[in-house]
Unconditional design. Sequence first.
Length: 648
Amino acid sequence: MEQGDLKTSLEIAQGLLKLAPDNVDVLYLSGTIEARRNSLERAADYLAKAVSVAPNQMRPRLLLANTQLRRGEAARTLVTLQPLLKREKPPAEAFVLAATATARVGDAPDKVEKLLERALEIDPTHVQGRVDLARVRIDKGDVATGLRELRDASKATQDLSPDVALVDALTRRKRYDEALEALKVLEAKPDGKVIADMQRGRIELERNNIPQAREAFDAVLKENATHVPAIAALATLDLGDKQPDKAQARFQSVLDKEPGNAVARSALLRLNVDRGVSNDELIAMAQKAVKAAPNSRELRVDMIRLTLAKPDPKQAAEAAQEALNLLGEDPELLALLGQAQLASDEVNLAVNNFTRLVSMRPALPQPYLLLASAHKKRGDFSQSIQALKRGIEAAPDYAPLYQTLAGLQTANGQYTQAIQTAKQWQARDKSGWIGYLLEGDVLLREDRLADAAEAYRNGVGKNAAPVLAIRLHQTLRRAGKADAAAAFEAKRLADNPKDLYFINYLAEAAMQDGQYKVAEPRFRRALELDPNNPAILNNLAWVSGKQNNDKAGLEFSNRAVALAPKRPEFFDTQAELQAKLGDLDAAIKTQRQALALSPDVHVHRLHLAAFLLKAGKKDEAKEELTRLAQLGGDNPLQAEVRRMQASL
């Protein structure tokens, strides 16, 4: 195990377990091996059994707590640690783990700080305890003390974690020169140079010093030619320089030497996702990667997720089942198998697997949501509601459970129960607004507009969330209370002049109402707040065109397309403005791009036919109109097709 041969060590441990299934040392060893393999479910099982056999032994309990924390089970971690925390001579490590778990369950930073202080009373040299305590103090606002403690910890140990934490804290506060100075200490420590060069590259990237960033990442590769994070960073820069082949070649050079390098293959897959490679190509690439590294759980998960997007998800179900057979019981793989079965209409199988998932992860909320979705698809709303209520009992602070339950109750006409669910969340809601949004949405569904407006208004009074403000404004307008809506709008803008979402909503509402002169200044204000938002730029282009300010509109449109070159609706706007300005060749070319990106959006084809007709290219226009006419139906689109055909 210590030599890294986890496969062989696991085989030996399994043989020992057959001989001595209740031996605490064998169980602890097996749990350690599984934890190092990242097989956390099996590790937890072995360690829980070890703790039950020998509840007073420290090492199995500590490792069990650590494993539970890695699995995201913070509350369960605290329960496991309690006997250790109450010992006459408790281990410092128990308090460090308890502090992390306490932070994750959302308790106050003061409580976390006291646990870490207790850990350092027991062992003042505990490195992770010193680092965590310094981070807590920085997050509480005592930055100077926290940074000083990290520097002191760095001087006292050759461990790299204080230095990494110090550089991270300085970088997040944009104190780049100090961060670069701290890197000198980090790179002087054993094994610190590669980490320091990686950090230096990331800092230079934040400063937009691209040549210096490249130099730092290249320095990493001089030390370790197959360092995937550095290769990935350089490949991203290559993509920014529009050199995708160079980016691809970086990973291929690693795979030529190490075909089974799962990390490199996973990074290459993500690179091609960013490049916009088709889903079929990505699936083929993932399948090839899995063949090269069959034991890589991450690659199998990637392949399953990609195949889930296909029209026929049975292939995803087969891939998930194969992964489970090979890698054993794994909650994420089981969840993916259930999702694939649900998409394949194998609802009963999905219900069975989600039920298993709930038993494997009873403290987590997501399994209950998945089980509820399966029951709902089966038409068993009672069981769906029951699953959500069980989820709320297990994870009472998880908002999506309440939102899903209230939505299901509302869809069933159970308005009273839905409002009770909303109020149940209001009593726990730390954000202060989701519960009021739920209540207002239920009342709106009942068409109780005045009560809905009141719920939204109560929510805005507790939390100025933009979604509540938008809902309140919409409800007042729907209720015919134009004066009240205008008054709220004026107050909202006065109190929150930089509320981008509300301002953009007002602009879009005016645009939809055909009030282009009202919409334009609102979109311009939104653009001031978010200058590189392609959707706002596209809307500005549209309203400018509607006011015959086509030249300015085209400038906005060009910017939108440059920022989001895969949005067909942006090309559609651009083509219309080009046509209005008389550049029909450009309009036709642009509209073809829109159609290529979204061939099933038939209005793009109709616009292309219109531009072709206007350019005198009647044969090409006729071809496009014939394809549209073959779709049939009696709708406004077909009426326009017939009108255009008559003009040929």
